[in-house]
Each structure stands twice: as C-alpha cells, then as structure tokens.
Write a protein that binds this ligand. Sequence first.
Ligand code: SF4
Length: 379
Amino acid sequence: MHGAGLANGSLFERAVAIRDAAWGRTATYSRKVFIPLTNLCRDECGYCVFARPPEEDGAGYLTPDEVLAIARRGEAAGCKEALFSLGERPEKRFPQARKALRRLGYETTIEYLVDMCRLVRDETGLLPHANPGRMTREELTMLRPVTASMGMMLESVSDRLHARGGAHFRCPDKVPAVRLETLRAAGRLNIPFTTGILIGIGETREERVASLEAIVEIQNEYGHIQEVIIQNFLPKPGTPMAHGRAPSLADMLETIALARVILPEDVGLQAPPNLTPGRYGRFLDAGINDWGGVSPITRDHINPEAAWPKIEELAEETRRHGMELKERLTLYPKFTAEPERWLAPEIREKCLSLAYEMPGYGLGSESGMRHGEKRSGRC
Ligand code: SF4
C-alpha cells in the first residue's frame, strides 16, 4: 500500500498534486440519461432499493418504446450518454422474469440489453453505456459493438461481506472473484471500462485498499479502466441495512485521497456529488477529477432520494474549489485517441464524431484534457 502510512495532510497534498499533474484543474461530468431496463434482480444486496420483487407493482422490464422515449427525452435535453442500469440475471431466479423476457422475444436479460443498446445507438444521438453487473466473455463480446463503454462496480474484494448478515449475503453476482474476472475479461476485449468501490458496507480500511490494489493489478495488465468511482453507502429505509452507519465525510475524503495515490495517474477518479449534498465540493480537495454522470432529466435510480445537483450548481461548486467544470463523453479521450484498439467498428464512427464536437478530445478545434492530448499526440 502506497499511501496509508502518510499523515492525512500530506496524503491530501500528494493526491491533489497527482491529480493536478495528470488532469489539470478540470473536473468533468457526463451529461446522461438513465434507462433502468429492469428492476428485477436475483441478488439481495443489503443496501439496495433499486431491485423489486417480481410481484410488486412497477417491477419488470421497460418495453422498447419506453426505452426509446426516455432516450429521446435525454437527447432533447442535450445528453450524450444513455446509461443502462439494471438488475443482475433475474431470469435465473424468477419465472416472472423468464415469462416477461419471452414475451419480449428473448431468453436472457443481457440479450435484451444488447438489442436495446443497439436501438439507442441507431435511433438516437446518444452513446450507450451498459452497466448490467458481472458479465461473461460472451456477453461482453455481444455488448461491445452496441456500446461506447461499459461499467461494473467491483464494490469490494471482501469475501466476509457474503456471510449471513453481511451486505452481500445471497448475492452470487457480487462474489469478488466473479467481479474481478469480469474486469479481466473486459480488459482482454479492449473495452473502455468504469469500475469502483462502495465504502461503508462493512469492509475495513485494509479491504478498501485491497480492492483498489486489485483494480491496479488488472489495469496494469490491460489498460482499459478509464475511471474508478469512490461511492459512499447511504442507509435506506426498508432495507436490511437501514440502520447501518453511512461513512463520515472524513472517511470519504481519506478514501478518495488514498485511491488517487494508489491508482495509476491516468485512471480518472470520480465521486458522486448527489450522495453528499452541500459538502461534495470537498472531494475536489482530496483529488477527484470527475463527477460522473449527471442527468438533467432522470433521477438516480439507485439512490432515488438523492437529487442530482443542477449543472450550473455543480459548475459553481467546482469553481469555488478553484477548478473548472467541463463536459465529457461516456468514454475518455485516451480511448478515442486509439479508436481501432478500443472501439468496435459498429460504434466507432459515432463515438468519433461526438468526440470531434467535444472540447478536450484533441480531435476538434479545442483541446483541454491532458490525458487525451498526451496519448493522442494531437495537441
Ligand atoms: S445493488 Fe444491484 S445487484 Fe444488488 S440487489 Fe440491487 S440491483 Fe441487484
């Protein structure tokens, strides 16, 4: 572990120095629309309010028309990304999910997701980003031509969380070895990938560091991880962890700074602004360079109680901490700089034409994101 032995003052200074050297005084965000393709899920994470039992009102799959309607609203609001968020493999557990999929003409949720990403890719100006949880090599291969990037939170490498009473009890898709294998498989397929850790779900500080180090090991082998999210757990009424304690701001800041010191400098570091209202600007002082996806029209379906800040407010808060807010695409500039390697031919043109319009990608008239410029040699 590189940074845990440092006093916090010097830890933050070092984290900020690394961020400033690699990313400058710019914090980015992606203007996106969230498409909750299904809220059915076979896992039972102790903190989740997204997944619904199949018999509950409102549980099920969006239809293709509903997917397209959400995407078009996003497009009209200036979004560039369609983030598909969904539960994991509900058809393996619920007959209702199998029946609903069959009615739609599919055997598995991932097969349906592939076609819905294709629909959005072909019918709108948005870039699909798929976030369906753990994926096999075959599933990643099917998704690659219809997405610009993909993501899956590692959450934690702690096996302890799977014991009875733990946050990941009865969650076969959250087994660390399975998640790590998804990250590796995405690397072998050259897929620009987002991952991250969830803090405050029962893991120790050492386990947080171990999770970050596991990401570093995979990144060193494949180079496909574009950003790592540090996300704080928030207790939610009605969940088994409703009475759990959210991590403190100090805890969050220290984990961010540790992550910045531990991760390779060209991996972006992100923390969500909506889960720490009124105080999220402090994350910039700990070393983040990205706010993640912010939607002007859809709520955070995973944390429905936590409203997104308005983009003007995010810009103001970023300025208050001496930095400038800039929009980015779902994939970072270093990937559009090497399109043959990172982008399937079926989505390449669309990614490049959006990147051409986006300042900071080193393709159009303006530039600004240091990593995109450095790697592309197009400055
Ligand atoms: S957090 Fe994700 S994997 Fe866990 S129960 Fe909710 S939808 Fe399923």
